[in-house]
Ligand binder design. Structure first.
Ligand SMILES: Nc1nc2c(c(=O)[nH]1)N[C@H]1C(S)=C(S)[C@@H](COP(=O)(O)O)O[C@H]1N2
Ligand SMILES: [Mo]
Length: 203
């Protein structure tokens, strides 16, 4: 029996429901750090977060503004395309829907491009981006989110592979067609459902 075949038995032994683990994944208690390029330097006084594209009201927030917005919490399993899954991660931040309500979504907006430091981007359909549980998070567990995990603001969209959960976000742009982001141009799937194992182009 191979490593991945043993995962359900190990989960049952730990009292975890094996159906929570997508195919080809294993459970880790660690929190690996993964990204392209270097961890950005953040000057929080210069930092801003902008909402634009197909919205009624383009918006700009400072970090202080963000801390004053509505918050919510999310407990979720996360699944990285490199095959680790981590269960019951705890996030706190601003619901994606809160930004969308403030900005007003134009009727022709079908997708979003999430924008981050160093020009990193990721694409998502609006239906996935606007799910009520999704957050732009700035806290993890009971602590401020660590810089290497995406502080000041990190998207958390737990039902898709974790590369869609963009670290070091600087805003998002609503658009009327799907256009690949950074990893999607480099071989990753346009959608990325872990339970369908949509890891790479053609999956
Ligand atoms: N800005 C940015 N966000 C990113 C990435 C990146 O390269 N740059 N990589 C993604 C990938 S591939 C993964 S698996 C997760 C890893 O998040 P973690 O380092 O907090 O575990 O971040 C995602 N968000
Ligand atoms: Mo990843």
């Amino acid at each position: 029996m191979g490593f991945f075949d043993k995962q359900p038995a190990e989960m049952r032994a730990r009292g975890l429901d094996p159906s929570r683990l997508p195919p080809g994944q294993y459970v880790t208690d660690r929190f690996p750090v993964l990204h392209t390029g270097s961890v950005p330097r953040i000057d929080i006084d210069e930092w801003d977060f902008t909402v634009d594209g197909l919205v009624d009201n383009p918006l700009r927030f400072t970090y202080e503004d963000v801390l004053g917005l509505e918050t919510s919490k999310l407990v979720a399993d996360i699944h990285c395309v490199t095959k680790w899954s981590k269960f019951d991660t705890e996030w706190e931040g601003v619901p994606v829907t809160h930004f969308l309500e403030k900005a007003g979504v134009a009727s022709n907006a079908t997708h979003v491009v999430v924008n981050a430091e160093h020009g990193f981007t990721a694409n998502l359909p609006m239906a996935d981006f606007s799910r009520p549980e999704n957050l732009f998070a700035y806290r993890f567990g009971s602590e401020q989110l660590e810089l290497e995990h995406g502080w000041p603001l990190r998207l958390v969209v737990p039902h898709l592979y974790f590369w869609k959960s963009v670290k070091w976000c600087r805003g998002f742009t609503l658009v009327d067609r799907d256009q690949p982001g950074f990893w999607e141009r480099n071989g990753y799937h346009m959608y990325g459902d872990p339970f369908k194992e949509q890891r790479y182009w053609g999956d």
